[in-house]
Ligand binder design. Sequence first.
Ligand SMILES: [Zn+2]
Length: 257
Amino acid sequence: MPELLEVEAYRQLLLPTIGARILRVEADNLVCSGLPGRCPCEGQQILGIRRKGKLLLFDLADHVVGLHARMTGSVLLDGTSAFAKLRYAPTVSNEAFVRLRVHLEDGRVIALHDPRRLARVTLDPDEEALGPDATTVTTEILQRALEIGTHSKVALKARLLDQSRLSGLGNLLVDEICFQAHLDPARPAALLTDNELFTLIAQIGTTLRELGARGGSDTGALQDARHAGGCCPNCGVLLTRSTVGGRTTYACRNEQQ
Ligand SMILES: [Zn+2]
């Protein structure tokens, strides 16, 4: 599933389209379900392209259009994918999987490629429903997101995945961050000590920077061991495989407490 790093790559791919006017939109009826019949974007100029968490946002004169890539959505500009640099996405482009085509007045075409057909476009999405973007995390933001100092028993990983608290981190990034920060993803988030909180903040920044430079959310140290029988890349013990926050989770029982 595309996480913050992949959606940021989509945004950067599309930055050169700022200023262009939208001529015509061809859309799969599921992708734009719930939107008015006549496309409100046609004729409008793209004034800006932003990202909050995993949500890609197009600023038009009269509207903001949100694109949720969900499980397998990826963005193409004139047939070029953002994944020349990033590899965590379907790289094989199949015309049958193109769910949305935005024809710009200058002839360029923005396309959404989505084998699972789960990506969605929303008009004027509620950006406030998303927590602060993970690239902007501070002590205060993380204390609030993890409900530090309360009696909550919710697992650290569940809190970090909760997009209404902190947006942009998905399953792979959260497992990698917890692994590198030596924190057990299943322990109650509210009980992190001050030192652990500082370690976690620093690790979120480091992991985003390093994996972004290396090629995406699937380039972490844990990645090759994410399978039954996978061993810790540091100490070699069998990784524990469990479900935390509803997602398959790998962790090292030796090193993550
Ligand atoms: Zn280990």
